[in-house]
Design a protein around this ligand. Structure first.
Ligand SMILES: [Zn+2]
Length: 244
């Protein structure tokens, strides 16, 4: 199974039974998944620049597939707020987050994610720990200058934070974090920085605390990670984007 497809399945392990999936042979990526993965890599690595128009027929031609799966992939990316649709124009890549949006985002995350991590550390099941280890393995595959590895790391980061939110046992917290779609946007802004390697160290502390069932350490590790992540975003935005 494609590693990314594997990871998407992992995202749901805490709410869906795993035995039902294990019985079926793993299918290869569908046309929609191929289109989605291709577009995600292009967006995350800024090969499609923020604001740039994305022509569905061109993408379909490049991949040698019909336009229908490309449209479906676009709808998924639109739900994740990575692209948006303009009447009579078609799709465009979303603009990068403004400094104001970044500040609001981290303020909210600092309010809820450290708390969620403490509750998750108390409630970690063997199944959640197994999922955590799989996410950990996916994250260690990140390599410099590889767009695919980079977007995989971003997805693994999203999966880690989603697991914490879900394992907290508070559905409203999980839904709130899910709706932010924060990770893909953050990693898109941080492309070509040292972010994955720095974040990997911070994630190590979080994962260790969760596995050790240590609420105080998990809370502290998430708080520290969010502070560092916000600082990385500030540094990138200070380089060019006008303050809004
Ligand atoms: Zn993270």
């Amino acid at each position: 199974m494609d590693r990314r497809t594997h990871l998407r399945h992992l995202d749901t392990t805490s709410t869906a039974p795993t035995h039902a999936r294990a019985a079926r042979p793993a299918p290869g990526p569908t046309m929609v998944e191929r289109a989605y993965d291709h577009l995600l890599d292009m967006l995350m690595s800024l090969k499609i620049a923020p604001g740039e128009r994305i022509a569905i027929d061109t993408v379909a031609r490049q991949l040698g597939i019909s336009q229908t799966p490309v449209r479906e992939a676009m709808s998924q990316l639109e739900a994740e707020k990575l692209v948006y649709k303009m009447p009579n124009v078609g799709y465009r890549a979303s603009p990068q987050m403004t400094r104001h949006e970044v500040r609001d985002l981290y303020t909210l995350r600092q309010l809820i994610e450290p708390y969620a991590a403490a509750r998750a550390a108390e409630a970690m099941t063997d199944e959640a720990i197994a999922t955590l280890r799989a996410i950990d393995r996916d994250m260690s595959g990140v390599a410099d200058g590889d767009a695919r590895a980079y977007s995989r790391f971003a997805e693994a980061d999203a999966a880690l934070h989603r697991l914490i939110a879900t394992a907290s046992g508070n559905r409203l917290i999980a839904d709130t974090i899910e709706r932010l779609h924060a990770h893909l946007h953050i990693f898109r802004a941080l492309y070509a920085t040292n972010a994955p390697h720095e974040a990997a160290r911070e994630h190590r502390a979080i994962i260790d605390a969760l596995v050790a069932h240590d609420p105080a350490a998990a809370e502290q590790a998430v708080r520290h990670h969010l502070l560092c992540s916000q600082q990385r975003m500030d540094d990138v935005l200070a380089e060019g984007t006008p303050s809004t």
